[in-house]
Design a binder for this molecule. Structure first.
Ligand code: BQF
Length: 296
């Protein structure tokens, strides 16, 4: 079998169209949804992600602010920036780009964010609400994966989804979302990780396999059952002197080999990444609606 390649940008564009309608309605009422992104330090991949978020805001007519702080910023200073954004009425949602430098306690920063402005959905209150199925904001990458599955004709309902990776950003929340008793979910979920024994035996049982490991081409064709749907969340920047920028993006899946065995597969780039960005935009629009007593 040769897999259908699921286009992230194509599905993201559908959602952008829906957002444009909402943004136009808000702007008629004099409301411009606003997103702020805080970046501490100069990590090149993080810088690119932050630029992607600013560009997406611009494209949809959202107000966007980027706060750039040096890598030696104190935790106290970062917390004061969070306090300012919590209080700023132009900013309906914001996020602090992760990972943070080691001298800053990530959890201390996340609990300081007003849960009503928590565009990434990483505040512990929002994590809890997601888990019980009453979310304020769903985290962008896991929610983007769900939308990508449903809108590409691969509704997880009743299917066995095998997730490889247990991070707070992807593995754990995508498990929670896909196992909810809800439309576009109702999956049977297995979460595997670096300590899983006979990983390949488990991934081969997946109707849907979600790779969120952070290791280039970790998932090989022998780990995938015939006809499975494979979602590659990996964004590994690997040096490539032959590339224009000196690097290229490689997923967690051996795309060329797995494509011959799966029924559908997401590429990197052009798969989950654009979905992450558009779901962040959606969270910003939702936040702006709520701040004005409107339902999304
Ligand atoms: C594409 C991210 C790991 C750790 C922290 C489009 C993005 C990536 C790829 C992007 C990511 C990954 C983001 C593509 C944001 C996704 O065309 O394939 C967009 O900007 N992402 C992030 O903010 O933090 C991360 C991955």
């Amino acid at each position: 079998m040769v897999a259908k390649v699921i286009s992230g940008p194509e599905v993201a564009e559908q959602i952008k169209q829906e957002l444009r309608v909402k943004v136009a309605e808000l702007r008629e009422r004099g409301i411009t949804p606003g997103l702020a992104v805080v970046l501490v330090g100069e990590d090149p991949a993080s810088q690119q992600y932050v630029r992607n978020k600013g560009k997406a805001c611009e494209e949809l007519g959202l107000y966007s602010r980027t706060v750039l702080l040096p890598s030696d910023t104190t935790e106290e200073k970062l917390l004061s920036v969070v306090d300012e954004l919590n209080a700023d009425p132009r900013v309906h949602g914001f996020l602090v780009q992760l990972p943070l430098p080691k001298h800053i306690d990530e959890n201390k920063v996340l609990v300081r964010i007003d849960p009503a402005k928590d565009a990434d959905g990483f505040h512990p209150m929002n994590v809890g609400r997601m888990l019980i199925g009453d979310p304020l904001f769903l985290p962008a990458t896991p929610h983007g994966i769900q939308e990508l599955l449903v809108r590409s004709g691969n509704d997880p309902d009743g299917r066995h989804v095998v997730i490889v990776g247990r991070s707070n950003i992807v593995g754990k929340p995508v498990a929670a979302i896909l196992m909810q008793k809800k439309k576009g979910a109702n999956a049977t979920v297995t979460v595997c990780h670096s300590r899983t024994r006979d990983l390949a035996a488990l991934t081969r049982m997946g109707d849907i396999v979600i790779a969120a490991i952070g290791s280039p081409r970790f998932i090989t064709a022998d780990m995938i059952g015939p006809g499975a749907v494979v979602i590659d969340v990996g964004t590994n920047r690997v040096d490539d002197p032959s590339a224009k920028k000196g690097y290229r993006w490689v997923g967690d899946v051996d795309f060329e080999a797995v494509k011959e065995k799966a029924s559908a597969i997401t590429p990197v780039p052009g798969g989950v990444g654009p979905m992450t960005i558009v779901m962040l935009m959606k969270n910003t629009v939702i936040a702006a609606c709520r701040a004005n007593g409107l339902v999304y």
